[in-house]
Design a protein around this ligand. Structure first.
Ligand SMILES: Nc1ncnc2c1ncn2[C@@H]1O[C@H](COP(=O)(O)OP(=O)(O)O)[C@@H](O)[C@H]1O
Ligand SMILES: [Mg+2]
Length: 380
């Protein structure tokens, strides 16, 4: 296989940026493709091609300039990835992975076929499907667009058939998945990396708190039974092998109040809930991705400290982040900002990791929350 010197990244968001920072540290040349000029990744990459994800000419240009191509979010155009593959450019993870993970129905069916538990679900395309799903699955439920959703977008909770009908109408013809709303004890995720030699490494299970569908806080390691954690890591390995993913990926799970472990989502890329690996492991999820796609050995992760990761979201009240100096008086905090100019409400603008000695307890969580409360978006 040709030695990799240049890595192409489709998508220029913060995941691409943190990937590029690690790739650059390891000596690679990075080219990203994103429609937005000066994208978060474009600011640190060597080159950015400014073009739409489905601009096949630009995608081919990315292929020509790169020895291997990857992507940093999964809602990119699968046609572009297939196009690169048809021209024998090396794209990883391959389009078969996107085919499954871009479609919530295929994803959940894949999990079931692999012997993994999920919430009960059904495909809903019209009022007839909806009535059937309401009868067989029941309420409370959540309806989601089958494709294109992220950060809680394209989702509607429903406690009754009337609310579900309103969701069907709001979806305006987009195919939906009807899911039973799980009664959650907590949500966890496993970041894992698989190489082309079928090595798999998995990070400690992370525990995630969401606010209205967007990740707010990750605690690592998760405060769950070792037996459930082991099952989650095993399930993540099953997913990586089953889809033949080469690279870093994330599997999100629900832990129900009854103690069941249910697969929720698969992200075929580094993930927000794995940001903590940058600061408290010897090899981050991003470096691990570089290693996998460049055919280097993977590193079994070592957790050097426990961590709490807090997302810093925009609030729409200004584009200047006040309070960072105050935050940095705490030496256990590491700040990461993504270089986005506009702090639109609920946009992911940055995060910080708090290093925690000993178990993450309520006092540590309160410290992290107090630290987050020091930050304010202001106009300057
Ligand atoms: N079936 C469900 N039962 C309970 N909570 C759910 C369910 N589906 C989604 N959620 C909540 O909404 C969040 C976002 O949903 P998810 O399916 O992960 O979509 P996204 O692509 O937006 O991350 C989940 O992390 C969880 O908090
Ligand atoms: Mg999710």
């Amino acid at each position: 296989m040709k030695r990799v010197e240049t890595i192409g990244v489709i998508g220029g968001g913060q995941l691409g940026r943190m990937f590029a920072l690690d790739a650059k540290r390891m000596g690679y040349y990075v080219v990203t493709l994103d429609p937005q000029e000066h994208s978060p990744c474009g600011q640190v990459a060597d080159e950015q091609i400014v073009a739409a994800y489905d601009d096949l000419g630009a995608i081919e240009e990315l292929g020509r300039r790169s020895d291997v191509i990857t992507y940093e979010f999964e809602n990119i155009d699968i046609g572009s990835v297939r196009h690169l593959e048809s021209l024998s450019y090396r794209v990883t993870p391959a389009s078969n992975v996107l085919h499954v993970t871009q479609d919530r129905l295929l994803e959940k069916q894949f999990a079931r076929d692999a012997g993994l538990q999920t919430t009960d679900f059904a495909s809903v395309r019209d009022a007839g499907d909806l009535d059937k799903a309401a009868k067989t699955i029941g309420f409370p439920a959540i309806l989601k667009t089958v494709r294109g959703g992220y950060d809680g977008k394209g989702q509607w909770g429903a406690d009754s058939i009337e609310e579900a009908r309103a969701a069907l109408e709001a979806a305006a013809g987009a195919p939906l998945i009807f899911e039973r709303m799980a009664s959650l004890k907590c949500e966890v995720s496993v970041i894992a990396t698989r190489s082309s030699r079928d090595e798999i490494v998995a990070y400690p299970v992370a525990e995630n708190t969401h606010d209205r569908g967007i990740l707010a806080m990750t605690i690592a390691p998760a405060r769950i039974d070792e037996a459930i954690a082991a099952r989650a890591r095993e399930a993540a390995a099953t997913v990586g092998r089953g889809l033949r993913i080469v690279g870093t990926y994330c599997v999100e799970f629900f832990v129900s109040t009854a103690g069941e472990l249910m697969l929720n989502e698969i992200a075929p890329r580094p993930h927000n809930s794995g940001h903590y690996t940058i600061d408290v492991t010897q090899c981050s999820q991003y470096e691990q991705h570089v290693r996998a796609i460049c055919d280097l050995p993977l590193a079994p992760p070592r957790l050097l400290a426990n961590a709490i990761m807090m997302n810093v979201l925009g609030t729409g009240t200004g584009n200047h982040l006040d309070g960072v100096a105050d935050l940095l008086t705490d030496p256990t905090i590491v700040v990461h900002m993504y270089g986005k100019r506009h702090a639109v409400a609920r946009r992911k603008m940055g995060h910080f990791t708090m290093l925690v000695d000993g178990p993450v307890d309520d006092a540590a969580i309160a410290r992290a929350q107090a630290a987050l409360a020091k930050l304010r978006w202001v106009r300057c």
